[in-house]
Ligand binder design. Structure first.
Ligand code: ATP
Length: 346
């Protein structure tokens, strides 16, 4: 493994912000740290960057411990949420900053700056100052500055969160393109599950200072292990065993052996099929047209469900329907939410 964080622990007074967190980033990999506000994502990123010290555990880069290496000697590139450019320097000077510090020759810096401005698709702004650029453009320059020094690892702390939706989506694709083309191992902090799904090779989902699940975007979306992950990764129908018995009794056969009642079934809205039937046991209560899909609120004997359909408009509000789902589209997950506060105090 290229970068390894092993049992990282960080406390602030009596508060444990990170509790034995272990993560791995392979060469060329794009990893997203995903979780709600306050779960410890930025704390972990800062530890890796060398901007704060571990209270326990270790961080290894190619099997060498980083603990004694100050931030500036780690050779990492960092992009923060916003406003991280030097306001009194031109764009070119901002991008070339790290190279100048290293004593790189002026002509070489100039060539590199030109190349990077092309890469982030802003070839015309070399002589502008940051305040003459939009927020999205500033973040492109911050990205160019971070990669100018060929960082060993790229660390991104919510780089898109200050931008509006359209610019955010554009820059998201741009970051992915740049990361892929240069193959820089990248760790990005985000609380936006859509961003993580779109960008990451691997998502590390955190809550209350611990890693709750790590895996591919498909793993976390389709095979969450807990209610927390299921809910965090997008809209899900989470049904108790009793509700499953009412609506989809066939699924009870798929319940894992040894289940002790602390399990619920997660069914994504697009996995449920709806067939209009006058004697159906469910009723469509609401329909929202969302452009590429329709979202139905359905009242069923086991409680309300959210269903998403891409097909033709076959239902109206008030229609009675039958619901069906393939057993492979369902995941039994641990009902961890009630246990979460206790976890945070450990
Ligand atoms: P956000 O998305 O809101 O930035 P986060 O997941 O990045 O959240 P962190 O910034 O890592 O969360 O903070 C984790 C917890 O540690 C929070 O409860 C925060 O209040 C606490 N914390 C962070 N820095 C300090 C500090 N310097 N002193 C005391 N508590 C801190």
């Amino acid at each position: 493994m290229y970068l390894t964080v092993r049992d990282a622990t960080k406390t602030y007074g009596t508060f444990t912000a990170l509790d034995r967190v272990s993560i791995e980033i392979d060469r060329g990999e794009f990893v997203c740290l995903l979780g709600p506000s306050g779960c410890g994502k930025t704390t972990l990123l800062r530890l890796i960057a060398g901007l704060s010290d571990l209270d326990g555990g270790e961080i290894l880069l190619e099997d060498t411990a980083l603990s004694d290496l100050p931030a500036r000697k780690r050779g990492f590139g960092i992009v923060f949420q916003s406003y991280s450019l030097f306001p009194n320097m031109t764009v070119a000077d901002n991008i070339g900053y790290g190279l100048r510090i290293r004593g790189t020759q002026r002509s070489e810096i100039s060539a590199r700056v030109t190349e990077l401005l092309e890469l982030v698709k802003l070839p015309q702004v070399a002589d502008n100052f940051p305040n003459q650029l939009s927020g999205g453009q500033q973040q492109r320059i911050a990205l160019a500055r971070a990669i100018a020094v060929d960082p060993r690892v790229l660390l991104l702390d919510e780089p898109l969160s200050a931008l509006d939706a359209k610019v955010r989506a554009e820059l998201r694709d741009e970051i992915r393109h740049v990361q892929r083309s240069l193959g820089i191992p990248t760790l990005m902090v985000t609380h936006d599950q859509e961003e993580a799904l779109a960008l990451a090779d691997k998502i590390i989902c955190m809550n209350h200072g611990v890693v709750v699940q790590a895996g591919t975007p498909e793993d976390l979306y389709h095979r969450p292990r807990t209610r927390f992950v299921a809910e965090f990764m997008g809209i899900s129908n989470l049904l108790s065993t009793e509700a499953v018995a009412q609506i989809f009794p066939d699924l009870l056969a798929t319940r894992p052996a040894g289940a002790d009642g602390a399990h619920v079934v997660c069914i994504r809205p697009e996995q449920i099929g709806v067939t209009p039937a006058p004697d159906g046991n469910a009723t469509v209560r609401g329909i929202s047209f969302l452009g590429n899909l329709r979202r139905l609120e359905v009242e069923s004997p086991g409680g309300p469900l959210v269903v998403e359909t891409h097909g033709a408009d076959t239902c109206r509000e008030g229609d009675r329907v039958n619901l069906h789902v393939a057993s492979e589209a369902c995941t039994w997950v641990a009902d961890d939410v009630a246990q979460a506060p206790a976890e945070s105090q450990s």
